[in-house]
Design a protein. Sequence first.
Length: 276
Amino acid sequence: MKKLMLVMLIGVLAVLTACGSKQADEGGDKKKLTVGFGVGTYEEQFRQSILPILEKQGYTVDIKTFSQNMQVNPAMKEGSIDASVFQSTAYMEAINDEIGADMVGIAYVPGAPQGLYSVNHTSLDEVKDGTTVAVPNDPVNQERALRILEELGWIKIKEGAGVADFNINSMEPDKFNIDIKILDPAQILVSLQDVDYGVVNGNYIANAPDRKITDALKIENTPMQHRIIVSINKKDENTQWAKDLKAAYESKEFEEYILAQDKYDGFILPEAWANN
């Protein structure tokens, strides 16, 4: 009888332990994470520096790379990834409204600014009526790109133009009649030979073996709303794993990694590092 009771007790304890482990893994104390990335340099930063920090704390991380940025946030909403590193606050807020998501940013990431590049011209002085300029096709990055052209005096952006709903009709000529070519952000760098100038997202420049951000003929002064963030669902904001992920991105260890890499010259660095 005692032996039977002991066997039953062990069985109950095993079930309770398994349930407790499952609840912890599904809740704020879980140690298994899935982090999503678009194509670009932010995954490399994570693999080489953030991942080792988290692994020392007992985390197991599945890294999921999406071929198109537009695939990342729906995956976050449905719960197949816990966090993402690829987007700005403005982009995130636009997608929140578009798909009914509830994402928040928890930390800034060393981000590459947009820049105006050319393989056909060595100066901005060669611009004229009919000059072709390639810009990204998504509203948020397109607005950023055309702000660069506006700062140069090439175009004007109409008063009241938004960010999430920005489009080519939000601009008008200024000094020149610029011929705007709208392309997928990833295609602009490889299409520079076909246009006079192109506004390229900096992460694509950072991943190109023969290019540097500082090669740009004009670099944007990236506003806070367009700086890259770590995004999570709001319900996870106060979980321990989210706090640990935030701390890793704001750590001295990650700062030292970034500063030691020549490829990150010209990146916008998180203000949190000023306290390191």
